[in-house]
Design a protein around this ligand. Structure first.
Ligand code: SF4
Length: 172
Protein backbone atom coordinates (compact mmCIF):
# COMPACT_ATOMS: atom_id res chain seq x y z
CA UNK A 1 0.00 0.00 0.00
CA UNK A 2 1.29 3.45 -0.95
CA UNK A 3 1.99 5.70 2.04
CA UNK A 4 0.02 8.43 0.32
CA UNK A 5 -3.12 6.26 0.44
CA UNK A 6 -4.91 7.50 3.50
CA UNK A 7 -8.38 6.40 4.44
CA UNK A 8 -11.05 8.82 5.70
CA UNK A 9 -11.13 6.74 8.90
CA UNK A 10 -7.44 7.39 9.53
CA UNK A 11 -7.99 11.12 9.09
CA UNK A 12 -11.09 11.09 11.26
CA UNK A 13 -9.34 9.17 14.07
CA UNK A 14 -6.38 11.56 13.97
CA UNK A 15 -8.70 14.56 13.97
CA UNK A 16 -10.60 13.31 17.00
CA UNK A 17 -7.36 12.75 18.89
CA UNK A 18 -6.06 16.23 18.05
CA UNK A 19 -9.37 17.82 18.94
CA UNK A 20 -9.59 15.98 22.26
CA UNK A 21 -6.02 16.89 23.22
CA UNK A 22 -6.53 20.49 22.15
CA UNK A 23 -9.75 20.83 24.11
CA UNK A 24 -8.24 19.32 27.24
CA UNK A 25 -5.14 21.48 27.06
CA UNK A 26 -6.54 24.89 26.16
CA UNK A 27 -5.53 24.87 22.49
CA UNK A 28 -7.72 25.50 19.45
CA UNK A 29 -7.71 23.79 16.09
CA UNK A 30 -8.27 25.87 12.98
CA UNK A 31 -12.06 26.03 12.53
CA UNK A 32 -11.65 25.20 8.81
CA UNK A 33 -12.02 21.45 9.16
CA UNK A 34 -11.26 20.70 5.50
CA UNK A 35 -7.99 22.59 5.81
CA UNK A 36 -7.17 20.77 9.04
CA UNK A 37 -7.88 17.43 7.40
CA UNK A 38 -5.37 18.23 4.63
CA UNK A 39 -2.73 18.97 7.25
CA UNK A 40 -3.64 15.76 9.05
CA UNK A 41 -3.03 13.82 5.85
CA UNK A 42 0.44 15.37 5.74
CA UNK A 43 1.05 14.38 9.34
CA UNK A 44 -0.08 10.81 8.69
CA UNK A 45 2.11 10.54 5.59
CA UNK A 46 5.11 11.84 7.53
CA UNK A 47 4.42 9.42 10.36
CA UNK A 48 4.38 6.53 7.90
CA UNK A 49 7.41 7.81 6.02
CA UNK A 50 9.67 8.77 8.91
CA UNK A 51 8.13 7.01 11.89
CA UNK A 52 7.17 10.32 13.50
CA UNK A 53 4.61 12.98 12.63
CA UNK A 54 6.86 15.82 11.58
CA UNK A 55 5.39 19.17 10.61
CA UNK A 56 3.53 18.93 7.30
CA UNK A 57 4.78 22.40 6.31
CA UNK A 58 8.48 21.78 6.82
CA UNK A 59 11.06 19.50 5.30
CA UNK A 60 12.10 16.69 7.63
CA UNK A 61 15.56 15.09 7.58
CA UNK A 62 14.37 11.55 8.31
CA UNK A 63 16.60 11.59 11.40
CA UNK A 64 14.37 11.86 14.41
CA UNK A 65 16.87 13.49 16.71
CA UNK A 66 17.36 16.30 14.21
CA UNK A 67 13.64 16.74 13.71
CA UNK A 68 12.48 16.59 17.33
CA UNK A 69 11.67 20.29 17.34
CA UNK A 70 9.31 19.94 14.38
CA UNK A 71 7.39 16.88 15.50
CA UNK A 72 3.82 18.13 15.78
CA UNK A 73 3.11 19.99 17.97
CA UNK A 74 6.42 21.70 17.27
CA UNK A 75 8.52 23.69 19.72
CA UNK A 76 7.43 26.91 17.99
CA UNK A 77 3.65 26.51 18.18
CA UNK A 78 2.94 28.44 21.36
CA UNK A 79 5.09 31.44 20.50
CA UNK A 80 3.61 31.63 17.02
CA UNK A 81 0.06 31.42 18.33
CA UNK A 82 0.81 34.18 20.84
CA UNK A 83 2.49 36.39 18.30
CA UNK A 84 0.63 35.67 15.06
CA UNK A 85 -2.58 33.95 16.08
CA UNK A 86 -1.61 30.63 14.51
CA UNK A 87 1.18 28.08 14.27
CA UNK A 88 3.30 28.03 11.12
CA UNK A 89 0.88 25.64 9.36
CA UNK A 90 -2.20 27.24 10.95
CA UNK A 91 -3.29 23.88 12.31
CA UNK A 92 -3.50 25.46 15.77
CA UNK A 93 -4.89 28.95 16.15
CA UNK A 94 -5.56 31.41 18.93
CA UNK A 95 -8.93 31.53 20.63
CA UNK A 96 -9.71 34.76 18.77
CA UNK A 97 -9.04 33.15 15.39
CA UNK A 98 -10.94 30.02 16.39
CA UNK A 99 -13.96 32.12 17.28
CA UNK A 100 -13.74 34.14 14.06
CA UNK A 101 -12.83 37.40 15.83
CA UNK A 102 -9.44 37.59 14.12
CA UNK A 103 -7.84 36.13 11.02
CA UNK A 104 -4.72 33.98 10.91
CA UNK A 105 -2.05 35.51 8.71
CA UNK A 106 1.00 34.11 6.98
CA UNK A 107 3.97 33.98 9.27
CA UNK A 108 7.72 33.44 9.04
CA UNK A 109 9.20 30.11 10.02
CA UNK A 110 10.47 30.70 13.54
CA UNK A 111 12.72 27.66 13.22
CA UNK A 112 14.63 29.29 10.38
CA UNK A 113 14.76 32.60 12.22
CA UNK A 114 16.16 30.91 15.30
CA UNK A 115 18.75 28.86 13.47
CA UNK A 116 19.86 32.01 11.64
CA UNK A 117 20.19 33.92 14.85
CA UNK A 118 23.37 33.89 16.85
CA UNK A 119 21.34 35.28 19.72
CA UNK A 120 20.09 31.80 20.48
CA UNK A 121 23.60 30.68 21.43
CA UNK A 122 24.01 33.79 23.52
CA UNK A 123 20.71 33.45 25.37
CA UNK A 124 21.59 33.51 29.07
CA UNK A 125 20.66 30.58 31.24
CA UNK A 126 18.34 31.74 34.00
CA UNK A 127 20.09 31.65 37.30
CA UNK A 128 17.70 31.15 40.18
CA UNK A 129 18.29 30.02 43.70
CA UNK A 130 22.03 30.31 43.24
CA UNK A 131 24.06 28.02 45.41
CA UNK A 132 21.08 25.87 46.39
CA UNK A 133 20.70 22.25 45.48
CA UNK A 134 17.35 20.91 44.37
CA UNK A 135 15.88 17.73 45.79
CA UNK A 136 14.70 16.69 42.32
CA UNK A 137 15.79 17.69 38.83
CA UNK A 138 13.30 19.92 37.03
CA UNK A 139 12.13 18.95 33.55
CA UNK A 140 10.79 21.41 31.02
CA UNK A 141 8.59 20.53 28.06
CA UNK A 142 10.12 22.30 25.07
CA UNK A 143 6.74 22.41 23.34
CA UNK A 144 4.58 24.14 25.94
CA UNK A 145 6.93 25.04 28.78
CA UNK A 146 5.34 22.72 31.36
CA UNK A 147 7.69 22.18 34.30
CA UNK A 148 7.82 19.28 36.71
CA UNK A 149 10.24 18.27 39.43
CA UNK A 150 10.81 14.51 39.50
CA UNK A 151 13.49 11.92 38.90
CA UNK A 152 12.85 11.78 35.17
CA UNK A 153 10.69 13.54 32.61
CA UNK A 154 7.14 12.20 32.21
CA UNK A 155 6.45 9.81 29.35
CA UNK A 156 3.90 12.26 27.95
CA UNK A 157 3.46 15.94 28.77
CA UNK A 158 0.15 16.24 30.61
CA UNK A 159 -0.47 19.60 28.97
CA UNK A 160 0.42 19.31 25.31
CA UNK A 161 0.94 15.52 25.02
CA UNK A 162 4.48 15.83 23.69
CA UNK A 163 6.54 12.71 24.37
CA UNK A 164 9.40 12.35 26.87
CA UNK A 165 12.13 13.09 24.36
CA UNK A 166 10.76 16.64 23.98
CA UNK A 167 11.72 17.43 27.58
CA UNK A 168 14.96 19.09 28.63
CA UNK A 169 16.46 19.48 32.05
CA UNK A 170 15.67 22.95 33.30
CA UNK A 171 18.77 24.49 34.83
CA UNK A 172 18.23 26.84 37.75
S1 SF4 B 1 2.08 22.84 15.55
FE1 SF4 B 1 4.01 23.11 14.49
S2 SF4 B 1 4.39 21.09 13.62
FE2 SF4 B 1 2.23 21.15 14.11
S3 SF4 B 1 1.23 21.81 12.27
FE3 SF4 B 1 1.63 23.63 13.51
S4 SF4 B 1 3.58 24.42 12.74
FE4 SF4 B 1 3.41 22.32 12.03
Amino acid sequence: MNINDITPEEVSTYYKKLEKNATHSGYFLNPDKEFVNELIKGLIINRKRYGYASCPCRLATDTKVQDLDIICPCDYRDQDINEFGACFCALYVSQEVAKGKAKARSIPDRRVLISDSIDQQARPTPILAQGKTAKYPVWRCKVCGYLCARDSAPEVCPICKATKERFEEFVF
